[in-house]
Ligand binder design. Sequence first.
Ligand SMILES: Cc1cc2nc3c(=O)[nH]c(=O)nc-3n(C[C@H](O)[C@H](O)[C@H](O)COP(=O)(O)OP(=O)(O)OC[C@H]3O[C@@H](n4cnc5c(N)ncnc54)[C@H](O)[C@@H]3O)c2cc1C
Length: 571
Amino acid sequence: MSIPIHKYDVVIVGAGLAGCAAAREAAHAGLSACVLTKLHPLRSHSGAAQGGINAALSADDSIELHEFDTVKGSDYLGDQDAIRLMCEKAPETIRWAEQMGAVFSRTEDGKIAQRPFGGQSSPRACYAKDRTGLTLLQTIYEQAHRDGVDFKDEYYVADIIYKDGKVNGVVAYDLVDSKPMIFNARAVMFATGGYGRAFKINSNAHANTGDALSIVARHGLPLEDMEFVQFHPTGIAGSGVLISEAARGEGGKLFNSLGERFMEKYAPNKLELASRDVVSRAITQEILEGRGCGENKDHVHIDLTHLGADLIKTKLPELRDLAITFLGQDMIKEPISIAATAHYSMGGIPVNIDGRVRKNKDELVEGFYAAGECACVSVHGANRLGANSVLEALFFGRHVGDNIVRDVKKGIPFKDATDQDALTTTREIEKLKTSNGDERVPALRNELQQGMTDNAGVFRTEKSLLVQRENLKDLKKRFENIRIDDKSKVYNTDLQEAIELGHMIDFSAFIVEGAILRKESRGAHYREEYQKRDDENFLKHTMSYMNANGEFTTEYMDVVLGNHELADRTY
Ligand SMILES: Cc1cc2nc3c(=O)[nH]c(=O)nc-3n(C[C@H](O)[C@H](O)[C@H](O)COP(=O)(O)OP(=O)(O)OC[C@H]3O[C@@H](n4cnc5c(N)ncnc54)[C@H](O)[C@@H]3O)c2cc1C
């Protein structure tokens, strides 16, 4: 079978904020740029970001404070050179977004309004009501279009073409008719977002299945700090759908079933506005100790009634709608039911400060870049602060786009791809479509997600993690015996879900392996047997590799330290 081969200077996978920003920069500078996305661009998860985007704009704030809060929030695992760069460029990033056409909410005197978020010394999150991500995404997507970016919506990227230390393109298939094709390029960038769907209770879109991580790992490339998964304190009870931190930023208070404002116990100074890991553990602890609310005692309450109807209607209208739709609770009239939910991936594809993908701790892959949530440039370290990740996606998306332009102009070679490069993908599709095994995707996915929530969630133990390691080995074996019912070519979502499940099983093993080895508690990673941070042994990034038999090896990479010295993290 001959496979169509499309040629570009740069191919970007993912049309969220990171992908659109990079594509806009590349096309604006005259490169031929293509964006491949399995969703319509405006359905990328960036569009769900409600709360805001950080930048030190006000007279009471400073870049140093933003930097300090981020380093402290990261529990000192963030790389301080990358953090410095992001915080320094944050005000300019906001101005750029404004010039592109994004409209931010304003104060009475016409300045960009900013709201407080957890772990921050000053109100720093710029916002567009509670639709910040969508406003930004629409704007940058339009501008990318205007500059001539070629958007290929509903294409599923299944593999990279990686030879002799260089990435020469990707293999994708059209979701409409399952036809495989090759996108051959000088440079490839991954901007594929997060992987929250590996957990049962999560705040992520259905598409956040972390495909890119396994695609990279299956080529023997490393993944970094995968054990750090952020659990957001306020997911709607039962489903995990997000109630943004804006709710706490605007003054929401947390109560247990005894009516106690329990954050007084866990973070006496910052209360509800301590960093996310601290608040999520507090909520989970209250529930585990029997002080949860409702019949099943499986959630706590966030009370916003004191804010008044006007404020809720003007500043939090989407959140109110979500709570009414999913819980039947109107936050104007009553407290709403929430619990911690898997939300954000701090780890990912390791990149240097220019966004170039690492082959190992010392070498880079030629022609391969990543930015946004799928990447680990390590600005978030062990725990991300609210409103820093839209900033990361937008700033690093642009920055990496600019670096690609520079590198392509310097002369990254174009290496022709051939039909043979698509073999792994065509075989995988064929195998899944013809397999007559007796395992089904929804059942295996459910087991995977439940196991990850139960055994690799907010609180982790050696025992629970070893159980999950065995679960994953078992799921990987059973996946070989999977059967899909839809054998057709047209919009075969069974096929897509099966491929995604294979990816989720693989990268989840990285989360568990990293968590087993990290015998300390730092940021979002909490080990009951080792409740303290251990800088002597674990102030380092995990870099894990998986071989063809699913076995792991791990090396460690130094953290880039800087102005901010290690200190205890209290709120
Ligand atoms: C509900 C919610 C609210 C949030 N609120 C905030 C907030 O207020 N402030 C903040 O800073 N952060 C927030 N975040 C986090 C932040 O929104 C994300 O981290 C960020 O937007 C990620 O952007 P991205 O460009 O990396 O990826 P995304 O926007 O997730 O885009 C990923 C893209 O990759 C594509 N893709 C993935 N796999 C494939 C594949 N195999 N083939 C083809 N295409 C593929 C998808 O189609 C999509 O276009 C929130 C997250 C959630 C879930």
